[in-house]
Design a protein around this ligand. Structure first.
Ligand code: 13P
Ligand code: SF4
Length: 330
């Protein structure tokens, strides 16, 4: 989690006056309404710059659980808002665009997942945080890419586990822990698109560059990695490591914070398989704009609501994740 240093003077280079006005208005509304703005590293740079906190999925959930603000503006995708709402049912949680979904969460429909779970009654259910509240309600413990390995390892090796919905993250955790978890066959459309061939070619052009890979990427991309980790772990590594150049195989929004945190280093977005674009963007994350952050704060909507019965079941595996993470110092 990065604590934003908003001073009212901190305009990003090249920001338009309109952006500056919106940022001032957003900060003013936050003060007036006791609201806090939290942003994921994949959101637009201008949104990250106006936020009180920037973080990965785990840090955003932890911060939401701790805040004393009355309103949480979750600049990210819908499951992040749902997680915050489940943890803080008394607070208003706003996600600036209600269309901001997640292809991974969509790849796991609750009724189909329920049938899968029912077919394997001896299995403990481990679900990635990138799921709907209804899927979390069918889950024993939630994980994020920051703590999946440690939480899986907290179960005895002979405990049969289901892991959903990301087959790539699940396959990676199986490989590094020597487990044989049953995997749901979901994936993220952004991370699936990275091309191992194009990354290898970029590495030939920049032989000293280290390759940073999110575990939602397919195995052939993970194999090229010098570091595999969550967005926060990749950011931390890029700042601390002695390398001066990095090829980054995750959503390109993270490059904003990497370049701010290590301005003398060079970061290359890993190329996708198809299309002429140089980087991969999550179309859902990019729905969150400064204008929509301002509008939702001003109007108090769209607010996230979670069915009370679903929330009552979903909070247990989320709490379990937060408790294990706290014990492990994650
Ligand atoms: P992190 O938990 O690593 O931030 O990842 C969230 C995500 O949606 C990855 O695509
Ligand atoms: Fe979901 Fe993929 Fe976007 Fe992450 S990058 S929010 S997993 S669609």
């Amino acid at each position: 989690m990065t604590e934003s240093k908003w001073s009212g003077q901190g305009l990003a280079n090249g920001a338009m006056p309109q952006d500056r006005d919106l940022k001032w208005e957003i900060r003013r509304l936050c003060d007036e309404k006791n609201a806090v703005v939290m942003a994921h590293y994949y959101t637009d740079g201008a949104v990250q710059d106006v936020a009180d906190f920037i973080g990965d999925s785990l840090a955003l959930a932890q911060k939401a659980a701790q805040t004393d603000a009355d309103i949480i503006v979750m600049c990210g995708v819908h499951f992040m808002g749902e997680t915050a709402k489940i943890l803080c049912p008394q607070k208003t949680v706003l996600v600036p665009d209600e269309e901001a979904s997640c292809s991974l969460a969509e790849s796991c429909q609750a009724d189909e997942f329920a049938a899968f779970v029912k077919a394997h009654p001896r299995h403990t259910v481990v679900s990635y945080v990138n799921t709907t509240a209804a899927v979390k309600a069918l889950t024993d413990v939630v994980v994020t890419s920051s703590n999946a390995r440690q939480i899986v390892e907290s179960f005895a090796k002979d405990t049969p586990l289901i892991f959903g919905p990301d087959k790539n993250l699940g396959g990676y955790i199986n490989a590094i822990t020597g487990r044989d978890m049953l995997l749901w066959h979901g994936s993220c459309h952004v991370h699936e698109r990275f091309s191992a061939g194009k990354i290898a070619e970029l590495k030939r052009q920049h032989p000293t560059a280290k390759v940073l890979v999110h575990p939602e990427c397919p195995t052939e991309v993970v194999r090229l990695a010098d570091k595999v980790g969550s967005t926060a772990a990749l950011l931390k590594f890029s700042v601390a490591d002695e390398a001066q150049e990095f090829i980054v195989a995750t959503e390109s929004g993270i490059l904003h914070e990497m370049r701010k945190a290590a301005p003398c280093k060079t970061f290359f977005p890993a190329p996708p398989t198809d299309g002429g674009c140089a980087c991969n963007e999550c179309n859902h994350m990019k729905l969150i704009t400064l204008q929509k952050v301002y509008d939702c704060l001003k109007n108090g909507r769209p607010a996230v609501e979670v069915d009370a019965e679903v929330a009552e079941k979903a909070i247990r595996p989320i709490h379990r994740m937060l408790e294990i993470s706290a014990k492990l110092g994650l």
